[in-house]
Design a binder for this molecule. Structure first.
Ligand code: FRU
Length: 310
């Protein structure tokens, strides 16, 4: 592994006295292992595509992707495989915080730098965390709901996996955003980020409550699943649907089509992960945490590319 680091450090300083000594030897690849918790949602496909596109600009990088198919044990095993294979760096987008903390710590013990993307682990045994501020997004979404519903109404909250940090933060941030208003969460369920689960939970909510003013899905697939349930019950026009992710081909499209009322962008961080990896390879100091920004897309702003949140 060290060899790869030294090689790249040499690359980044081409003015050195012995530049050119490598001209006849083929370039040694630097291997990045990418542990993706699942590829079931378009957002995760986008994350991998962003990583691949950024890495493709650096021919010395090779990224090996593994998909844990939403199975924590499989993701633990895949991280261990990357460590045994002695990759030069790991990017991990973990399914859950607690069970993935230990394998990442072991990779660090083995001298492999780890960039954690999107979902946080417990503690601070990683090299760099990259992700947007889920609490802030939840809070801003809560404030948007208070404003849009004039301070009162019945809300269904379909939560992301509650053993993952974004699910917890999108919930606690939302509670802060609606605090002091007469917005009531009449029904809440963990839909584990999955559209089919969200649809099922929404069917229960619809059968129990005659008056639902808004559904907060912790991601756009969740909000869309709820919309489909409401549509088959003939109630979609009485309810507002809001979500998070804002992929152009998904949430932003739903807002343009009038399915969702608002979505907040949750950037994948894929390009930033590759930038950070390159800095680590060059022995440059990297921040412990990189917080990505977000944009709000509602019916008005969707036409002009959304609005950045301060
Ligand atoms: C995809 C996803 C996104 C969400 C993110 C949170 O698996 O559920 O929709 O924003 O993970 O970690």
């Amino acid at each position: 592994m060290l060899g790869a680091f030294v090689f790249l450090a040499g690359c980044s300083k081409p003015t050195g006295g012995n530049s050119g000594t490598n001209s006849s030897t083929p370039q040694k690849k630097i291997t990045i292992g990418m542990s993706q918790c699942n590829l079931g949602e378009p957002w995760r496909e986008q994350m991998n595509a962003d990583i691949q596109a950024a890495a493709a600009k650096h021919p010395e990088l090779k990224v090996v992707f593994k998909d844990a198919q939403n199975d924590t044990l499989q993701q633990r095993a895949q991280i261990e495989e990357f460590v045994s294979a002695k990759v030069d760096l790991l990017i991990v987008s973990p399914k859950e915080a607690q069970p993935l903390t230990e394998p990442v710590a072991r990779a660090m013990d083995a001298g492999i730098p780890v960039i954690v993307l999107d979902r946080r682990l417990l503690g601070d045994k990683y090299t760099c965390f990259i992700g947007a501020d889920n609490k802030k997004i939840g809070n801003a979404l809560g404030e948007w709901v208070v404003k849009t519903l004039d301070g009162k109404g019945n809300v269904v909250e379909l939560m992301g996996l509650q053993t993952s940090a974004p699910g917890q933060d999108r919930h606690s941030g939302f509670l802060e955003g609606i605090a002091g208003s007469d917005i009531k969460i009449v029904f809440s369920a963990d839909m584990k980020w999955l559209e089919p689960d969200a649809r099922k939970e929404m069917e229960s909510a619809l059968s129990r409550f005659d008056k639902i003013d808004l559904v907060y899905g912790h991601n756009d697939p969740g909000a869309h699943g709820a919309y489909l349930a409401a549509k088959s019950a003939g109630r979609e026009k009485q309810i507002k649907f809001v979500g998070i992710d804002a992929l152009p081909q998904e949430g932003v499209g739903y807002v343009s089509q009038g399915i969702l009322d608002v979505t907040f962008q949750y950037p994948t961080g894929g390009a930033e992960a590759i930038d950070t990896a390159l800095k680590i390879f060059r022995d440059e100091k990297v921040p412990k945490d990189i917080t990505l920004g977000t944009r709000r897309f509602d019916k008005a702003s969707v036409k002009t590319g959304g609005e950045a949140l301060p």
